[in-house]
Design a protein around this ligand. Structure first.
Ligand code: C2E
Ligand code: MG
Ligand code: MG
Ligand code: MG
Length: 293
């Protein structure tokens, strides 16, 4: 091809670039096959309340690649977004999450748990996104009140009206809307004012430094105040140390997620962690989604 197009074009591709292209088209081919084979699974990262009781989990996608083993999102989400395959993968994640809810809701000890799925902008921009999302959830015997969707500001910036309409419709169906990675994007008051958001997740990059960086601490404190004024529930993500948990707890952050408690784990590992957690903190968890009206 390069030859036919003229000798000069050869210079446009060095070997590294050619390798990258070959690698990404191979990966894309594998991805297509894996979508057909349902090789996309979820791992669960526990979310805790202020009393350190597990109240739910975030579902994080993992690719069970036929030869490479378990591949994490940082190694394939960008390509999945570029190729639009994230749309099909996203529906697989939603299916796995609904199956998980169905199993949890069948047992009294886990019936109260929530599950959160991450949505890509590409999914939301689809014309029939809401209809398809609802259709998927209706295939399962679940209480949709326990389903959370996480969206980032990038989803919203392109077409705020479209995002607002669609997320409002999901919310009417009982789904909770969470704004992920808050503070890293084009955080704007207009989002908070117009979007039907229930919950705000403080990005881990701010949480990381709260104990030794006055600026990071001020950012977190401002985000918390902002969220309170908009009656939003606050989740801190990327909590790695007990000291960070304590500090955020002093500011009444509602929910905690991070390595200080657990990394994302398989379903069976999650059940064990839940049992242990319920032994350690035996009181029934406070009711979820208590909106501070
Ligand atoms: P996210 O939604 O912000 O998810 C949190 C990420 O932070 C997860 O990485 C999690 O493992 C990691 N994390 C959790 N606790 C800690 C901590 O204490 N310290 C640090 N340093 N990291 C922590 P993961 O699983 O690799 O996912 C990365 C990103 O990929 C997610 O960020 C999300 O944006 C995206 N992603 C994951 N699953 C899906 C999915 O199903 N669909 C879409 N569209 N994106 C997804
Ligand atoms: Mg997330
Ligand atoms: Mg996040
Ligand atoms: Mg993040």
């Amino acid at each position: 091809r390069a030859k036919a197009a003229g000798g000069n074009n050869v210079l446009l591709f060095n070997t590294d670039m050619q390798d990258e292209l070959t690698k990404s088209s191979e990966l894309q081919r594998d991805m297509n096959q894996s979508i057909a084979d349902q090789d996309f699974v979820i791992h669960l990262q526990p979310k805790l309340n202020r009393d350190k009781q597990i109240i739910g989990a975030e579902a994080l996608v993992r690719w069970e690649h036929p030869t490479k083993g378990l591949v994490g999102p940082y190694d394939f989400i960008a390509l999945a977004e570029e190729s639009n395959l994230i749309i099909a993968i996203g529906y697989q994640v939603l299916q796995r999450a609904c199956e998980q809810l169905e199993r949890w809701q069948a047992e009294p000890a886990s019936a109260h748990l929530t599950i959160a799925v991450n949505l890509s902008a590409k999914q939301i921009w689809q014309s029939y996104f809401v209809e398809e999302f609802i259709a998927v959830t209706e295939q399962y015997n679940i209480n949709r009140e326990n389903l959370i969707v996480e969206v980032t500001e990038s989803v919203l910036i392109q077409d705020l009206n479209d995002a607002t309409t669609k997320l409002s419709q999901l919310k009417e169906f009982g789904v909770t809307i969470s704004l992920d990675d808050f503070g890293t994007g084009y955080s704007s008051m207009s989002y908070l004012r117009s979007l039907p958001i229930d919950e705000l997740k403080i990005d881990h990059s701010f949480v990381k430094d709260i104990n030794h960086d006055a600026q990071a601490y001020l950012v977190v404190k401002s985000i918390i105040d902002l969220a309170r004024n908009f009656n939003l529930k606050i989740v801190a993500e990327g909590v790695e140390e007990e000291a960070q948990f304590s500090m955020l707890n002093e500011y009444n952050v509602d929910t905690y997620q991070g390595f200080f408690f657990s990394k994302p784990i398989s379903e069976s590992a999650f059940i064990e962690v839940l049992k242990e957690n319920q032994r350690a903190y035996p009181l029934p968890p406070r009711k979820q989604h208590q909106q501070v009206l």
